[in-house]
Design a protein around this ligand. Structure first.
Ligand code: BGC
Length: 515
């Protein structure tokens, strides 16, 4: 790096956190805590110069993943060859195995019914995944899923409309990194988002699901396995043609985009699976496309560029898969609350916060020592608190942790919540900037879903601003920039159904030898 770039980073990091903070001040801090916040800010703040360095390395890793298997970012082939026309029709059952729930939906795609393209209706049931399931055995997982599908099929009377001879098409949104040789096949590469179910990694999840559904004689046929990012892109493109990327900023983080097959070095353009798809979707040779599920939560697993704090390192070391999902562990919803908790525990252990609580022997301190007791919504609520004297934040501490913080404790906690969320949003912009930069995409909509994107009050603005800084857009605020963040349509329900409908249409054309 040139000396001037180094100098710029230093200058930016010396800008005081107070100047950057958007939160109104609620209490004066003693010098020891002021200094502590300066230290934390130095660790968490990502300057414009640093953002650009990260994006540069990110682009290299995306390229590496396209060329060869087994790279840090896997750039998984999804076998989704094009965006939808908006005319797709059909009734599809979808399954969505998320980080917290299993969702089963009956989706009816209306195509361009009554002139309105991209319309659909949906009926759904949501089942909370028991914590024990996430670290249990494969058999428990597939049994749980098959049970819920059976209950849904029965409750909606689908067993009367469909049979084993004429089954209902089923789409499965499986939001973990998977190698796909076909659209109805998916070998789990590694669990992410804290899952650690034995006997699934290295296995074809489609095969296991199919077997369990068959055991129960359910009248369904698995047509596709998709990632939530691919679903978000497809569902959004169904009625917004400006969609360029589907992204999830939630429990985990990741994005998908439509790549030129010619840019995917690890794929043979003469592969029969590609030529067959282009024959029926009318794409000329050399112009074929393929949706890529980047799985960029794994960016920088070699720890070359991301500035990791001691808190991040600890989260990684104590996670079920140390050394994996480095980028995700710094930016995704599953971890933001835990980073916040670790910083507070550190300050408390060093006698800087919650001292009255300690003296009073508050029960709540035990809660603070329990890993993953604070989730990202805690941080969102802190930053959303407009109440006089921040009573909502006080209530939050009381209800979630049984703690009664002093004004100073609260002031420190608010600042830390902000630093962590700002870093997360700025990092999230890097992945998207890297895809757009690499692909030469200069405008369009990034269809985003996930709890952080949807529920954190300042995420989208911070994300847009960081994107503007990376691309040197005029004006500091990227909100009006040519690449915008939009709210994705329901990717894991409707998106999954559209992909199943596209695949069924393709199969029908192939079977009937239609162009
Ligand atoms: C998974 C991705 C997923 C993302 C968002 C990550 O942990 O590996 O497959 O798209 O979370 O849900």
């Amino acid at each position: 790096m040139t000396p001037s770039a180094n100098q710029r980073i230093d200058e930016e990091s010396y800008t005081s956190w107070r100047q950057r903070s958007e939160l109104a001040k609620m209490a004066d801090l003693p010098p020891s805590l002021e200094q502590e916040l300066v230290r934390l800010d130095r660790e968490f703040w990502i300057s414009s110069t640093k953002l650009k360095q990260i994006v540069q390395r990110f682009r290299e890793e995306l390229e590496e993943g396209l060329v060869k298997d087994g790279q840090s970012i896997p750039m998984n082939i999804s076998w989704v060859h094009n965006l939808p026309s908006g005319r797709e029709k059909g009734t599809i059952l979808t399954l969505d195995l998320g980080g917290t729930n299993l969702r089963v939906c009956k989706v009816t795609l209306l195509g361009d019914h009554e002139g309105g393209k991209g319309k659909s209706t949906l009926e759904q049931e949501q089942y909370r995944l028991p914590q024990s399931l996430k670290t249990g055995s494969a058999d428990n997982l597939w049994t749980f899923i098959a049970e819920k599908v059976a209950a849904f099929v029965q409750a909606k009377g689908l067993d009367r409309q469909y049979s084993l001879e004429k089954p209902m098409p089923l789409g499965f949104t499986f939001s973990y990194p998977a190698t796909q040789h076909r659209i109805d096949h998916a070998i789990l590469q590694t669990w992410t988002k804290g899952f650690d179910i034995h006997g699934v990694e290295g296995e074809d999840v489609a095969k296991h699901l199919r077997e369990k559904l068959k055991e129960r004689k359910l009248p369904v046929q698995l047509i596709c396995v998709i990632n939530d990012t691919v679903g978000a892109m497809i569902a959004s493109a169904y009625n917004d043609p400006a969609t360029i990327i589907g992204a999830i900023f939630g429990t985990g983080c990741n994005a998908a985009y439509l790549a030129h097959v010619s840019s995917i070095g690890k794929l043979d353009p003469d592969d029969e699976r590609i030529t067959a798809a282009s024959t029926h979707n009318g794409t000329n040779k050399g112009k074929e496309m393929m949706a890529i599920n980047c799985e960029y939560g794994a960016f920088d697993n070699a720890h070359r560029v991301l500035p990791r704090t001691p808190y991040d390192k600890r989260i990684d070391e104590e996670s079920p898969r140390p050394g994996e999902q480095t980028f995700e562990k710094l930016s995704a919803g599953l971890y933001l609350g835990e980073i916040f908790r670790l910083v507070l525990v550190d300050l408390m252990d060093r006698g800087l916060v919650f001292q009255t609580q300690k003296e009073e022997g508050k029960e709540g301190l035990k809660n603070l020592y329990r890993p993953y007791t604070i989730d990202t919504s805690f941080l969102s609520q802190i930053e959303d608190d407009q109440s006089p004297s921040f009573s909502a934040t006080r209530d939050l501490f009381a209800q979630t942790l049984a703690l009664d913080p002093s004004d100073i404790d609260l002031e420190v906690a608010r600042r830390i919540a902000e630093m962590i969320a700002v870093r997360g949003a700025r990092l999230c912009a890097c992945g998207i900037a890297a895809i757009c930069g690499k692909e030469g995409i200069q405008s369009g909509n990034v269809a985003a879903d996930g709890s952080v994107a949807n529920k954190h009050p300042k995420f989208k603005r911070r994300w847009a601003r960081a994107l503007g800084e990376v691309f040197d857009w005029e004006g500091a605020d990227g909100v009006k920039g040519p690449i915008r963040i939009t709210s994705a349509e329901d990717g894991s329900g409707v998106g999954c159904a559209i992909i199943a409908a596209m695949e069924l249409e393709r199969r029908e054309k192939v079977a009937n030898k239609l162009p």
